[in-house]
Design a protein around this ligand. Structure first.
Ligand SMILES: Cc1cc2nc3c(=O)[nH]c(=O)nc-3n(C[C@H](O)[C@H](O)[C@H](O)COP(=O)(O)O)c2cc1C
Length: 342
C-alpha cells in the first residue's frame, strides 16, 4: 500500500488519501455577485469523482471589496449559502472532503476601493490601497468569521484561511506591505495580530479543521523568510490550527525559477521544527514524487494545482502507477479494471 493512498485524519475529518486539490480561482461567477454557478459543480465534481481526497474550493471572498476579480466566488452574504451548500454536497457525494479557502485580496483586489495595512501599492500597475483604520480591521475580522459561519451552514468539512500570495493576511504579516506604527505593525508579533484575531473570531463559529496557507519565503531580502514562518507556525499550532499549507511568494515582485517540488522544503522545515502538520504544494506532478513526499514524512498532504487542471483523474492514474487498488466509481470501473478494489 502506497503511503499516498493511506487515509489521514485532519482533526476529526478523515481523508481517504493524501491527495488534495489546491485552491485555484476559476473566475467563473459570471453574474459578478459571488454566487456559485453550474461551472463550479462540473469542475469540482469531476475532481471528486477522480478520487481526490480533499478538494479546496478556490479563494472565496469574505467581502466584496476583497475580491481578486469581479468574478470570484463569495461568502460575504447569506445569499451565497444555497449555492455553496449544493457545491459542498456535490464534492462530498463522491467521497471527497469539502474544504473552502476564505480570503481577502487587500491591496491586490481586482475591484475598486482596495484597502491594505498601509497605503503602499503592490506595483506601479496596481491600486494604492487606503490604509485600514482599526475599525476597518475589526470589520474585516468579523467578515472572516461570518464567512466561516456560512461555510459551516453550507456543510463544508474544512476551512483554509488564505494567508499567502501577498493577499490581505500576508500583507499584514509582511514588513514589505505593512508599515503600520500601531499594534498591527512593527514586530512580527504585531504583524501576526490580524491573523491571530481572525483565527480567534473564526473559531467562535467554526470548530472543524482549520488550515492556513502561508508564503513561507517572500523572495525579498527585507521580507519574511522560513525562519520567521517557523515562529508563525508555532503560534498557529498554539492557536489550534490543524495544518500549515506551505506555498511562497506574491508579496514582492520577484522572478523565481520554479522546479519540481521547489516549495516542499518549506513544508518539511515547518513540520520538523514546530510539529505542525503541513501540506506541500508546487510542481508536484508525478505519483512517485508525491509518494516520496508523504513516505518520507516531508508533509502530511500533497496539494496539486495545475496537474489536476490537466487531469481530473490523476489519483486513479497515480494508483495504477503505484500498483494500488482503490475504490473506483461504479460508472468508471470498466475503464480501470486493474485499479478497482471491489
Ligand atoms: C489558475 C490558478 C489559480 C490559482 N488560484 C489560487 C487561489 O485561489 N488560492 C491559492 O491559494 N492559490 C491559488 N493558486 C496557486 C495554486 O493553488 C498552487 O499553489 C500553484 O499553482 C502551485 O501548484 P502547482 O504547481 O501544482 O500548480 C492558483 C494557481 C493557478 C494556476
Amino acid at each position: 500500500m502506497a503511503d499516498l493512498f493511506s487515509p489521514y485524519k485532519l482533526a476529526e475529518v478523515e481523508l481517504k488519501n493524501r491527495i488534495v486539490m489546491s485552491p485555484m480561482c476559476t473566475y467563473s461567477c459570471t453574474t459578478r455577485d459571488g454566487v456559485a454557478k453550474r461551472w463550479h459543480h462540473i469542475h469540482y465534481g469531476a475532481r471528486a469523482s477522480g478520487q481526490v481526497g480533499m478538494i479546496v474550493v478556490e479563494a472565496t471572498a469574505v467581502s466584496p471589496e476583497g475580491r481578486i476579480s469581479p468574478v470570484d466566488l463569495g461568502l460575504w452574504d447569506d445569499k451565497h449559502i444555497a449555492g455553496m451548500q449544493e457545491l459542498a454536497e456535490t464534492i462530498k457525494s463522491e467521497g471527497s472532503v469539502a474544504a473552502i479557502q476564505l480570503g481577502h485580496a487587500g491591496r491586490k483586489a481586482g475591484v475598486p476601493d482596495a484597502v491594505g495595512p498601509s497605503a503602499v501599492a503592490f506595483n506601479e500597475r496596481t491600486q494604492v490601497p487606503r490604509e485600514m483604520t482599526v475599525e476597518d480591521i475589526e470589520e474585516t475580522i468579523l467578515s472572516f468569521s461570518q464567512a466561516a459561519r456560512r461555510a459551516k451552514t453550507a456543510g463544508f468539512d474544512v476551512i483554509e484561511l488564505h494567508g499567502a500570495h501577498g493577499y490581505l493576511i500576508n500583507q499584514f504579516l509582511s514588513p514589505l506591505a505593512n508599515k503600520r506604527t500601531d499594534s498591527y505593525g512593527g514586530t512580527l508579533e504585531n504583524r501576526y495580530r490580524l491573523l491571530n484575531q481572525v483565527i480567534q473570531q473564526v473559531k467562535q463559529h467554526w470548530s472543524g479543521p482549520l488550515m492556513v496557507r502561508l508564503s513561507v519565503e517572500e523572495y525579498h531580502q527585507d521580507g519574511n523568510h522560513p525562519g520567521d514562518y517557523v515562529t508563525i507556525a508555532q503560534w498557529l499550532k498554539q492557536q489550534g490550527v490543524d495544518l500549515a499549507d506551505c506555498s511562497s511568494g506574491g508579496v514582492a515582485q520577484a522572478r523565481i525559477k520554479p522546479f519540481p517540488g521547489y516549495q516542499v522544503p518549506y513544508a518539511e522545515k515547518l513540520r520538523r521544527e514546530t510539529g505542525i502538520a503541513t501540506g506541500a504544494v508546487g510542481l508536484i506532478t508525478s505519483p512517485l514524487q508525491a509518494e516520496e513526499i508523504v513516505a518520507n514524512h516531508r508533509a502530511e498532504l500533497v496539494f496539486l494545482g495545475r496537474e489536476l487542471l490537466r487531469n481530473p483523474n490523476w489519483p486513479l492514474y497515480a494508483a495504477r502507477e503505484l500498483g494500488v487498488k482503490i475504490k473506483v466509481p461504479d460508472q468508471y470501473q470498466a475503464g480501470w479494471p486493474t485499479v478497482n478494489a471491489d
